[in-house]
Design a protein around this ligand. Sequence first.
Ligand SMILES: [Zn+2]
Length: 89
Amino acid sequence: MPAGWSSRTVPRILRRDPVCRFGYPGCLGHSTEVHHLTPGVEDEAALAGVCSFCHNIETQRQAAAAAMAARRARTLANGRTGLGGHGGE
Ligand SMILES: [Zn+2]
């Protein structure tokens, strides 16, 4: 991200979202960090003020979802080339 991004944008997002946008069980309540709802997109609509607790959970969730998507893409690619087919015809 560009230099100075966090010093300008983070305080603005935290003012807009003073309360954690996720609210997972165990949520600390008030926002101290900014989460990218869409990784790599730095539009304010794609940013959310969150607490450090929920930020941690959501980051892990996104990583798990990305890993699952990658696995699914590989499986589909294998199916197209005839590897890993079901057989039984
Ligand atoms: Zn939270």
